[in-house]
Design a binder for this molecule. Structure first.
Ligand code: SAH
Ligand code: ZN
Ligand code: ZN
Ligand code: ZN
Ligand code: ZN
Length: 425
């Protein structure tokens, strides 16, 4: 499909496989956004293949990345008064193109500062579940960058983190002794208007597909090559509705790319990584990356009604950092209430109490959890032990048999697509 190789799916019902397997779009979960569909065992005629290729060609962006780089060079030569950005087409306009966009809304006097912060110029994509863009609040972005610098990394592979990428790029152009570099991999092609082919690759993280072909893949490989011992870390913040197994498979391929470029002297066999994702995906992520652990730090977003900083009285962000680095090295800001637990050897949130019985700081959501002797583990403060279900649950739950639950949160009564944990508004 236009987004690269499709993924092979199988329908399951109550954990049992059902019927034929089929290919569908890797990135769009809604058939309205991409209707690619093919049975696994389906024979596809030459005519249909040709039609498909034609369709895919027609669904590529109007300009290539190379063309966009050229356009940018011309754009920055223009005086401020001639620098326009079409808000409808999400495109920098050259004077010869004004006419075509005359009935579109546009911004004028696009400054160099604006060109350096494209995540503020472009509107966040919100239409599709899988392509929803939630941009880091400045506080969280700054924290991530400070952490990366403190840990001694010099290169950041930014996978779906345009705001972190732009913070690094901006700092690198302003401060001479700031030596961190970043390569952005993202499916949002609008960013190709602002970055060269060495700074941005159009990439699909659900199927590890480089739209720019072998050349783009090579750019990424080169970037991962740790020149002069410049250490690399990958930071990713995928859409929360994304399939964890597809993401994990792509990230393993990026890790393999890094490992191939490896030279002598690594004692860490895995590329260091921060995977930013909601805490309720912890077990899914650990399934694929057993070396990872979840940090207590709550990642906040600018354009997210719910996941803003806890102190404003809103709900606390459920988004965390998963990493394969030693938890003791991830220093969380004491001024925001995080403290170091000497027993767990990691920073935890202020409400997270060390449980003697579990021998760990057990809270996942920042609230103080309580230990249930019958379940032999800590549970949410709002839960009570139900002797019917033989486990802890909300007081007003309806005692159901352990029916095949939602893939995301494990609860019964809904599927992953309608999981309330994923609803954003
Ligand atoms: N918090 C991050 C943005 C996260 S939003 C920041 O502020 O930098 C998710 C990001 O992943 C978006 O930039 C979106 O364009 C990108 N994305 C969504 N689907 C993708 C896919 N299939 N492949 C690659 N990137 C994708
Ligand atoms: Zn326009
Ligand atoms: Zn502890
Ligand atoms: Zn406990
Ligand atoms: Zn219990």
């Amino acid at each position: 499909c236009p987004l690269g190789p499709a993924l092979l799916f199988v329908k399951t019902s109550q954990g049992k496989e059902e019927g034929r397997r089929f290919y569908a779009c890797s990135a769009c979960r809604d058939r309205k956004d991409c209707n690619f569909f093919q049975w696994e065992d389906e024979k596809v005629s030459e005519t249909r293949l040709a039609a498909r290729e034609e369709y895919n060609r027609n669904h590529q962006p109007p300009f290539t990345h190379r063309q966009n780089v050229e356009r940018y060079k011309n754009f920055v030569l223009l005086p401020l008064s001639k620098r326009r950005f079409c808000q409808e087409c999400q495109q920098l306009l050259l004077p010869a193109e004004w006419e075509e966009h005359s009935d579109h809304q546009f911004l004028c006097d696009i400054s160099t500062a604006q060109l350096k912060t494209p995540s503020k110029l472009l509107y966040p994509l919100e239409n599709k579940k899988t392509n929803a863009q939630y941009l880091f609040a400045d506080r969280s972005c700054q924290f991530l960058l400070d952490l990366i610098v403190a840990l001694g990394f010099r290169r950041v592979l930014s996978v779906g983190t345009p705001r972190l990428h732009e913070m690094i790029q901006t700092k690198a152009s302003q401060e001479e002794d700031f030596r961190v570099r970043s390569l952005l991999l993202d499916i949002d092609f609008r960013y190709s208007q602002f970055y060269t082919e060495d700074e941005f690759c159009h990439y699909n993280m659900f199927n590890h597909y480089f739209f720019g072909g072998e050349a783009a893949c090579e750019t990424c490989r080169k970037f991962l090559y740790q020149d002069k011992g410049e250490r690399v870390i990958m930071v990713t913040d995928p859409p929360f509705g994304g399939l964890v197994e597809a993401l994990a498979s792509s990230f393993k391929k990026l890790m393999a790319m890094w490992a191939e470029t490896e030279k002598v002297g690594h004692n860490n066999p895995e590329m260091p990584m921060f995977w930013i994702f909601p805490y309720f995906f912890e077990s899914r992520i650990l399934e694929f990356f057993p070396s990872f652990s979840m940090m207590d730090y709550q990642v906040d977003y600018d354009n997210h009604a719910l996941y803003k900083h806890g102190k404003t009285g809103r709900r606390q962000s459920p988004v965390r950092i998963f990493t394969n680095l030693a938890p003791s090295m991830i220093v969380l800001p004491v001024e925001e209430g995080y403290r170091f637990c000497a027993l767990c050897q990691r920073y935890v949130s202020s409400g997270n109490q060390h449980c003697e019985l579990c021998n760990s700081c057990t809270s996942k959501d920042g609230r103080r959890w309580k230990h249930c002797v019958l379940c032999k583990k800590c549970v949410k403060p709002s839960w009570f032990h139900c002797s019917n279900c033989n486990c802890c649950a909300l007081q007003n739950h309806s005692c159901e048999k352990a029916a095949a639950g939602c893939f995301v949160c494990g609860k019964a009564g809904h599927k992953r697509t309608t999981c309330p944990s994923l609803s954003h508004t």
